[in-house]
Design a protein around this ligand. Structure first.
Ligand SMILES: [Zn+2]
Ligand SMILES: [Zn+2]
Length: 302
């Protein structure tokens, strides 16, 4: 369902606390956890996740409620409605607004539902993605990208952004989504442009101003998604890329191979005529990811 035009206004039950959303929602969700059941007095909570800078309290002074822990649940001080939640202090600022606080929640559909392990037996929602607990942190970039790229991105997006989304893809298939170590995802985009003729479609910076939450390129007509590593959100650091090769089937393996090497890729397997009928070789990029390049051998192969 189309999102109504920005801004989106809303407020608590009594009207003492009002807010405005000025940025397109990143994600929508429903949470079945018992905490949300108690906080809402109902079966699940409904969330619209918006970028921190796109959310403003326009009236009243919220009071902290819930467990008063690291996650800050903001309530109306008078009617005590749970209006919005801010995550613990960290590099990513976003606000989880309770969808039913919107003056017009008619467009809202949860895209991700969490904590189905604690769900009341009859309380399923039409969410596209279901998780027994919260989605793992590393799933968020892809969930956000998929939500942004859903068939009807809505009117909430400003025109310049809408055009990017319309061209964003992929809407099906299988797409490699790689993590770049050492805060070098922006550098990697530049490298992939030089080495493989990549086209940049999307680049979403994290709030630390250095790393990227998400980026989407096309190379050789196909999508490649990537993001920086966020070790603070996962229990263990990612290892070196290993065991995965990104294959490029191209029209001229020699030219593609040479361009990649000229850009700074190191040769893993020199280009050669292989027994299976391809001219084929492998390189490693400066970020540790391995690529293979192949072209069917043309003409007489002796
Ligand atoms: Zn109120
Ligand atoms: Zn919950």
């Amino acid at each position: 369902m189309a999102i109504p035009t920005l801004p989106l206004d809303g407020g608590c039950r009594c009207g003492a606390l009002r807010f405005r959303i000025n940025a397109p929602p990143m994600l929508t969700g429903a949470c079945h956890c018992t905490g949300c059941q108690r906080m809402t007095g109902s079966a699940f909570s409904l969330t619209v996740t918006v970028p921190g800078e796109g959310f403003t309290v326009t009236k009243g002074e919220p009071a902290i409620g819930g467990l008063h822990g690291e996650v800050r649940h903001h309530h109306c001080p008078h009617c005590l409605s749970w209006v919005f939640t801010r995550p613990p202090e960290g590099p990513m600022t976003f606000v989880n607004v309770r969808a039913t606080m919107l003056d017009d929640p008619g467009w809202f559909v949860p895209f991700v539902e969490s904590y189905t392990s604690e769900m009341l037996p009859w309380a399923a929602t039409p969410a596209t993605h279901r998780y027994a607990e919260f989605p793992p942190m590393e799933d968020y970039p892809a969930l956000i990208a998929e939500y942004q790229n859903r068939p009807d991105p809505g009117k909430a997006c400003p025109p310049e952004r809408r055009e990017t989304m319309d061209n964003q893809g992929p809407t099906s298939g299988l797409t490699p989504h790689i993590a770049i170590a050492d805060k070098r995802a922006s550098e990697a985009i530049d490298f992939y442009k030089k080495a493989f003729g990549a086209t940049e479609l999307t680049r979403i910076p994290a709030d630390d101003g250095v790393r990227l939450m998400h980026a989407h390129l096309t190379i050789n007509g196909a999508s490649l998604m990537m993001h920086d590593e966020f070790p603070e959100y996962v229990s263990e650091p990612s290892g070196k890329p290993d065991g995965v090769t990104l294959h490029l089937q191209v029209d001229d393996a020699d030219a593609w191979f040479q361009r990649a090497v000229d850009a700074g890729a190191s040769v893993v397997m020199p280009l050669d005529d292989m027994f299976w009928g391809d001219r084929y070789g492998q390189v490693k990029d400066p970020f540790g990811h391995q690529w293979s390049i192949g072209t069917p051998i043309k003409g007489d192969t002796k």
